[in-house]
Design a protein around this ligand. Structure first.
Ligand code: NDP
Length: 418
C-alpha cells in the first residue's frame, strides 16, 4: 500500500479495505447465486456446494468457450461496419473516437447462433455448465484486470483516472488506474461495457429457454416474458450505444476489476438469474397477470428511454426541437441543467424507469422466493449509491446551480418518497 495521492480526494467503497472485501465478495456472490439458482431448495441461508467439490469449478472447455466468445465479439467490434463517434473532451482537451456497431454485432451474433442451433448446437450445455462458465468469466476478469493494472503503471498521470489514482494498490486495482486503456484504436473499457457481457446474457437466456423445452416444462409464459423483456433492454442499450459515451463509467471511472468483473461476469451470470431460476422452479401464470406485468415493463421503459433520450438530446444540442421547449438553469461551466420534463420530476428519472423495469423482470417468477428479486434489491442499492456519487460530483462541478436544481427538484429517484 502506498500513500494517498492528489488524484483521489475522497475514497469510495470503504477505501483500501472496503475494496479488498469487494474483490472477494463480487466473485463469491456470482458463484453463490448461480449455485443457489440450480439447487432444489434455493434457501438463501443454505450454502450449496458445487457438485463434485471446488475442483469442479474449473473446466477447460468452458474457459476456452469464454475466451473464444470474447475474441469473436472483439472481431465484430473491429469490422469496418457502423460509424465512428467522438467522446467527450479529455483532461488534455482531446476527444477519443469510438466505433459504433454494437447493434450490428448483436444481429450477426444472433444469426450465427441461430445457424449453429439449426445445425445441431446444443445450447442447453450452457445451462448445465453455468457454474463453470461463471468461474471462467471471473478468472478472465482477474487476468484482464491484472494486465490493465500492470500496463497502467507505465502511463503518464494525464492518462490515469482521477477516481482510481489513490496510491493504494487494492483501491486502484478495483477502481481502475488507467481511464481509457487502448491498444491502437481498440478501447478495452468501451468494448467490454456492452458487448461480451450484454450479448452473452442474451445467449444464456436463450440457453435457459432451450433447456426448458428439452426438459419438457417449456417454453413457459414466464420464461418467454423474461426473455422478451430483457431482450428489449439489451437491444435498446446496443441500439443507443453512443449514449454510453456520456455516462459515468466512460467519462469518470477507470477500467479496473469493478468494471471488468461487472461487465464480463456479473452482468451475464447475475442478470440471467430469473431465467435460470425459472428452469429449476417451473411455474405458470395467467394471461391477465402476464398483461399486467407487461404494463409495468411498458411504464418503466417509457420513463427510462424518455429520460435518457431527453438528457442525451439536450447535452448534444440544447436547441434540438425535441428539447428546446424544456426549462433549464445555467451553470458557471456553460452547460445548463434541465428543470422540467423528466428531469423536473426527480433528479434521476432514468434510474426510476430502470428500477420499474427491473421489477417487471422478477414478477413472472412469482412470490414464493426472494431469489428472483435479488436483481431488483441489488439494483436499488447500486442506483441509490450511484445517485449519491453523481450528486457529489455534480455538486462540485456546478456549485450554486446544482443547489438551485436540488431546491427546485426535491426528490432524487422516487417522487414524494426519496
Ligand atoms: P446518467 O445518465 O444519469 O448521467 C448523470 C449525469 O447527467 C450527471 O453527471 C450530469 O452530467 C447530467 N445531469 C444530471 N442532472 C441533469 C439535468 N437536470 N439536466 C441535464 N443533465 C443532467 O448516468 P449513469 O451513467 O449513472 O446512467 C446511465 C443509464 O445507465 C441510466 O439509465 C441507468 O439506469 C443505467 N445504468 C444501468 C446499470 C445496469 O447495470 N443495468 C448500471 C448503471 C447505470 P453532465 O452535466 O456533466 O452532463
Amino acid at each position: 500500500m502506498g500513500k494517498e495521492k492528489a488524484g483521489v480526494k475522497e475514497l469510495e467503497f470503504g477505501g483500501p479495505l472496503g475494496t479488498v472485501a469487494l474483490l472477494a465478495l463480487m466473485p463469491c456472490t456470482i458463484l453463490y447465486l448461480v449455485l443457489l439458482c440450480g439447487s432444489e431448495d434455493g434457501g438463501l441461508l443454505s450454502v450449496p456446494a458445487p457438485p463434485g467439490g471446488l475442483a469442479q469449478l474449473w473446466d477447460v472447455r468452458a474457459f476456452g468457450i469464454c475466451v473464444a466468445w470474447i475474441l469473436f465479439q472483439a472481431l465484430l467490434y473491429t469490422l469496418p461496419i457502423g460509424y465512428v463517434a467522438e467522446g467527450l473532451p479529455l483532461k488534455n482537451g482531446k476527444k477519443l473516437k469510438y466505433k459504433i456497431n454494437a447493434f450490428q454485432a448483436f444481429i450477426i451474433t444472433l444469426a450465427t447462433l441461430g445457424l449453429a442451433v439449426y445445425y445441431g448446437l446444443d445450447l442447453s450445455y450452457i445451462h448445465d455448465r453455468l457454474l463453470q462458465f461463471a468461474f471462467s468469466a471471473i478468472l478472465i476478469s482477474l487476468l484482464l484486470s491484472t494486465y490493465l493494472y500492470a500496463r497502467s503503471l507505465t502511463k503518464p498521470e494525464s492518462e490515469l483516472s482521477t477516481a482510481g489514482n489513490s496510491g493504494f494498490f487494492s483501491y486502484d486495482f478495483f477502481m481502475g488506474h488507467e481511464l481509457n486503456p487502448r491498444i491502437g484504436s481498440f478501447d478495452f473499457k468501451y468494448f467490454c461495457e456492452l458487448r461480451p457481457g450484454l450479448i452473452g446474457w442474451m445467449v444464456i437466456n436463450l440457453a435457459m429457454l432451450h433447456k426448458e423445452v428439452q426438459q419438457g416444462t417449456g417454453p413457459s409464459l414466464p420464461l418467454i416474458l423474461v426473455n422478451i423483456f430483457q431482450f428489449i433492454y439489451v437491444a435498446d442499450a446496443l441500439w443507443n450505444e453512443e449514449c454510453i459515451l456520456t455516462t459515468m463509467d466512460i467519462v469518470h471511472d477507470g477500467f479496473g476489476f469493478m468494471l471488468v468483473c461487472g461487465d464480463l461476469a456479473w452482468v451475464p451470470f447475475v442478470y440471467s438469474l430469473q431465467a435460470n431460476y425459472l428452469v429449476s422452479h417451473p411455474r405458470s401464470i395467467s394471461y391477465a397477470s402476464a398483461a399486467l406485468i407487461c404494463v409495468v415493463k411498458g411504464v418503466g421503459y417509457v420513463i427510462f428511454r424518455g429520460a435518457n433520450s431527453q438528457k442525451n438530446a439536450f447535452r448534444r444540442n440544447p436547441n434540438d426541437h425535441a428539447v428546446s421547449h424544456l426549462k433549464s438553469i445555467p451553470t458557471s461551466s456553460g452547460k445548463r441543467l434541465l428543470v422540467s420534463g423528466w428531469w423536473g420530476l426527480v433528479r434521476h428519472p432514468n434510474y426510476l424507469g430502470d428500477l420499474v423495469m427491473a421489477l417487471s423482470w422478477s414478477l413472472p417468477c412469482g412470490f414464493s422466493h426472494v431469489l428472483p428479486y435479488f436483481y431488483v434489491l441489488y439494483f436499488l442499492g447500486l442506483l441509490v449509491h450511484r445517485e449519491a456519487r453523481d450528486a457529489n460530483q455534480c455538486g462540485k462541478k456546478y456549485g450554486a446551480a446544482w443547489e438551485e436544481y436540488c431546491n427546485r427538484v426535491k426528490y432524487r429517484i422516487f417522487p414524494y418518497i426519496y
